[in-house]
Design a protein around this ligand. Structure first.
Ligand code: OAD
Length: 242
């Protein structure tokens, strides 16, 4: 770990990619693994535009359940360390696949949100009267499925579903963040693209690569420093050594 600590200087360009595992200690379920959401739910039935078109009530019930669950969770020590780094290091960038908003609640600056936010919604029809996306913190919707306040049609969760393309400006911000000195992949199973390819991209740009995860992933063998354990314990340990 000393090698990593030596590299975390004020001048260093530090990029962190997070996934569901960073929120596990907060009580937010991950997608894969022993207790992962995809053990009991099928992504194609709940997290695609086709699924929403087929059965918007079912999809909204799932998202409403996740909103309810996340609303009771608090940022953990891992979120807090990353929030501190986002202020302390001038060249720090955080890319997250998480939609739970816990990095934001911890105070992290300049987050690149790859998969959108569960706390945002958009008009399903793209009615033109509404903004492209807007924040809606409702935990219990009065009407299910909830309606667009601008046109009365359906609204959809402001997340990126399987099969949907990421916004070009988000991808270009992420690509820009790959030009870094230290790249840390934290709490992600490293199987969903494009995020799964970021580590190779960062390495190709000369970054020192680190993984924090209690389980082995496809990235574990290729990183310079694999750290096995929970982000909520390993990140505070690194932070204490700085
Ligand atoms: P996954 O659920 O695939 O992976 C979570 C990872 O976190 C696993 O590798 C766990 O071993 C690890 N983990 C568990 N507890 C941890 C802890 N305390 N500290 C650190 N790591 C821990 O979640 P993602 O990789 O984020 O996309 O999944 C990527 C995308 O697939 C998600 O954004 C979502 C999902 O399906 C969409 O819904 C489009």
């Amino acid at each position: 770990m000393e090698d990593l600590v030596r590299r975390l200087t004020p001048e260093a360009r530090i990029t962190v990619l997070t996934g569901a595992g960073v929120s596990a200690a907060s009580g937010v379920p991950t997608f894969r693994g022993k207790d992962g959401l995809w053990k009991n739910f099928r992504p194609e039935a709940l997290a695609t535009a086709e699924a929403f078109g087929r059965d918007p009530s079912l999809v909204w019930e799932w998202y409403a359940w996740r909103r309810f669950r996340i609303a009771t969770c608090e940022p953990n020590a891992a979120h807090l360390v990353l929030a501190d780094w986002s202020v302390r290091f001038p060249n720090f960038r955080l890319i997250t696949q998480n939609v739970d908003g816990l990095h934001e609640r911890a105070g992290t600056q300049n987050i690149i949100r790859l998969h959108g936010s569960i706390w945002e919604v958009a008009c399903w029809q793209g009615c033109g009267k509404s903004p492209k996306r807007w924040r809606d913190d409702t935990v219990t919707f009065k009407q299910m499925p909830p309606r667009c306040p601008y046109c009365g049609g359906l609204i959809r969760p402001g997340v990126v579903w399987f099969g949907e393309t990421l916004e070009t400006n988000i991808v270009s911000q992420a690509m820009n963040a790959m030009k870094c000195d230290v790249f840390m992949t934290i709490g992600t199973s490293a199987v969903v693209y494009p995020a799964a390819g970021f580590i190779e991209q960062a390495r190709a740009n000369g970054a020192y690569t680190v993984e924090i995860n209690p389980e082995a992933t496809p990235a574990t063998r290729s990183v310079d420093l694999p750290l096995s354990g929970g982000a909520e314990t390993i990140l505070p340990t690194i932070a204490a050594s700085l």
